[in-house]
Design a binder for this molecule. Structure first.
Ligand code: ADP
Ligand code: MG
Length: 409
């Protein structure tokens, strides 16, 4: 302690739990020696990108699989390895990682790739944040790609969130259409939805030849191994013996999700730290699981308008107070009218409520099914909450505008 005696006592300088918490951050890219059980998938991605090492055009590739199966990790990891191998032969490979959940319009995607690839000193151009039309951003992109790289790998993560798939067609055709002449582009599209290619437009489907690859969920043993390789995020001896197996088992309950496993482990550490405990225990893990699920759900809905939250709340209390799991629009609407009145919200029409229920469906919060076929679509649809109602309710009540409902919970 003596060496630190002159430090400001307002702050803490030693972390009793974590040795290096960054190892558990979702954006952290672990080295190849910390990656478990993905040799085959890594090889397939490497095969697709291999031509890039010699400055040739890579094969386009689509990757599918549920959340937390390592899709983003393996794509980024292999792309980085391609870049460093190519460098040894003086071939310049660049990669642009785009999260289509955040950038989902054609213009913003093209702009972002151009900005990531462009080196103004080399290209003599800039890519301004605003002020250009989509067509002009494309022009800058082609210039940047041609002048700064031999090969550009574009990773489009959560590609099903794309507003318009035209960008796929333009990127994949750039060489053929002589938009670029001295370089080439390879696309890796990543999606949680296995049927994603069915939703592509015919134009894209026919122009984009590609390989496809599926990532299956991990089993509990693989999750244990993944977590073991991040154990050094914690100080020696801080994790009780049952922490990693329990975390893996909880994360494997729905589908073997490495993101959930790592998030639970990190939250367990944080909870222990907050309680001034000197070890992380199974109880911390159980609390962490609930927190992790609530945080994840919160991410899904926090941006939703208050009316959507009121509708979701209505479905939640119906689910809680009934043995039924599925409810027709009409029933939800009746419940919603009461909720909206209590909150002092305007009461929306049944039709509008139906529309909002369907938008929520898109967010994987609710599953909606039509009853029968054809006839009277909306009104006869049934809706089911996909999350634990206790957690949903808790998260919804975090919104102060819904707080008046707290009395009955
Ligand atoms: N095979 C693996 N080995 C080590 N860590 C992994 C593995 N698969 C996933 N992870 C980790 O789990 C988290 C989620 O992985 P990610 O690639 O984002 O999944 P996805 O993109 O499929 O949702 C990340 O922190 C990642 O580092
Ligand atoms: Mg991902």
């Amino acid at each position: 302690m003596s060496a630190n005696d002159d430090r400001d006592p307002l702050f803490r300088y030693d972390d009793p739990i974590f040795a290096d918490e960054r190892l558990l951050e979702i954006t952290h890219l672990p080295g190849p020696d910390r990656i478990v059980g993905r040799d085959e998938q890594m090889q397939r991605v490497a095969d697709a990108l291999n031509p890039a090492i010699f400055g040739s055009e890579p094969n386009h590739l689509f990757i599918f699989g549920k959340t937390g199966t390592g899709k983003s990790l393996i794509s980024r990891s292999v792309a980085k390895r391609v870049i460093s191998e190519a460098k040894r032969d003086d071939v310049t490979v660049n990669y642009a990682f785009i999260d289509c959940g955040e950038q989902n319009t054609e213009a913003s995607i093209v702009k972002t790739i151009a900005q990531l690839v462009n080196d103004p000193e080399q290209s003599g151009i800039t890519v301004p944040d605003r002020g250009l039309g989509t067509g002009d951003y494309y022009k800058r992109l082609w210039q940047a790609v041609d002048r700064c790289t031999d090969v550009t790998i574009v990773i489009l993560d959560e590609i099903d969130m794309l507003e318009d798939d035209e960008v796929l067609r333009k990127l994949s055709r750039a060489g053929e259409n002589r938009r670029i002449s001295d370089s080439s582009i390879g696309i890796i599209g990543i999606s949680n939805k296995i049927d994603f290619p069915d939703h592509l437009s015919e134009r894209v489907k026919s122009s984009l030849s590609r390989d496809e690859l599926v990532f299956s969920p991990y089993d509990a043993n693989q999750l244990v191994e993944i977590l073991e390789k991040r154990r050094d995020a914690f100080h020696d001896g801080v994790l009780s013996g049952d922490v990693i197996p329990l975390t893996a088992a909880l994360a494997a309950q729905e589908h073997g999700d490495a993101r959930k496993a790592i998030d639970i482990l990190r939250n367990a550490g944080r909870i222990a730290k907050k309680q001034n405990a000197d070890r992380v225990t199974a109880d911390h893990v159980r609390d962490a699981k609930e927190k992790t699920e609530a945080d994840r759900f919160n991410e899904l809905i926090e941006g939703s308008p208050q009316q959507a939250k009121a509708i979701l709340y209505s479905l939640t209390i119906l689910t809680e107070n009934s043995t039924e799991k599925e409810f027709p629009t009409k029933i939800i609407y009746n419940q919603y009218k009461e909720v909206a009145r209590r909150l002092g919200f305007d009461v929306l029409s049944e039709r509008r409520v139906q529309e909002i229920l369907q938008e929520q469906n898109f967010l994987n919060v609710i599953q909606s099914e039509r009853e029968g076929r054809g006839r009277g679509r909306g009104a006869h649809a049934k809706h089911r909450l996909l999350e634990n109602p206790v957690i949903v309710k808790k998260v919804l009540l975090r919104d102060s505008r819904l707080a008046p409902l707290e009395d009955d919970s």
